[in-house]
Design a binder for this molecule. Sequence first.
Ligand SMILES: [Fe+2]
Length: 241
Amino acid sequence: MTTPLRTPPGYRPDPAETHPPLHFPAYRATELRHPSQPLILLPQLLTEVTGPLLGPGRIGPKDNDLTAQHAGEPIGPRILLFGRLLDGDGRPVPDALLEIWQANAGGRYRHTGDRWPSALDPNFSGVGRTLTDPQGRYEFTTIKPGAYPWRNHDNAWRPAHIHFSVFGRAFTQRLVTQMYFEDDPLFAQDPIYNSVPEAARPRLVSRFSLERTRPEWALAFEFDIVLRGRAATPFEEPHDD
Ligand SMILES: [Fe+2]
């Protein structure tokens, strides 16, 4: 039994100019995968509301250091990536599972579907996870990913980016987005970046932080994630706006 999706009483949707549309013709994959029928609300049973059981026991000591997961160091500029997870009122969200995945410095994913001729790095898997601390803070150590081609249009290249997933308390509470780096020359031709309403695009771009840069070791970039409200981070999931 399904029910049409309606906004619950008292729920304040994010401002309209926040999230990318599910159908954005310049981003060709959305042509086939966007819903063409009205969304329906699936009933949530025990499976959906009681799991996953995410906690410190699921996090390994090297899970938030993508440069320390193999015998040697990966190739590429080492970076610290840090920020906070905040709710719509600016309050920190503690104990949330954050996961990231990314290409290596040459723009290649360690994935069977990625076959373009850029080298794999034996010292880089490109996945990490961590829990936010009591102040909602997180930190990853990784390398800056490279751009990669993706055949969406003629000579299409993705700007350097890192994928982020934020889990809530249940399988149905998951948000996914992409983080970029300032002044990327590929922004102008990237339909994924440009599918985000213009005013919200800067919220996907990390800020270089000289203060947190570790001398003679790593550059640092700050990226806060805001779950909803006027400063909400654009997310890739269906939204009601
Ligand atoms: Fe990607």
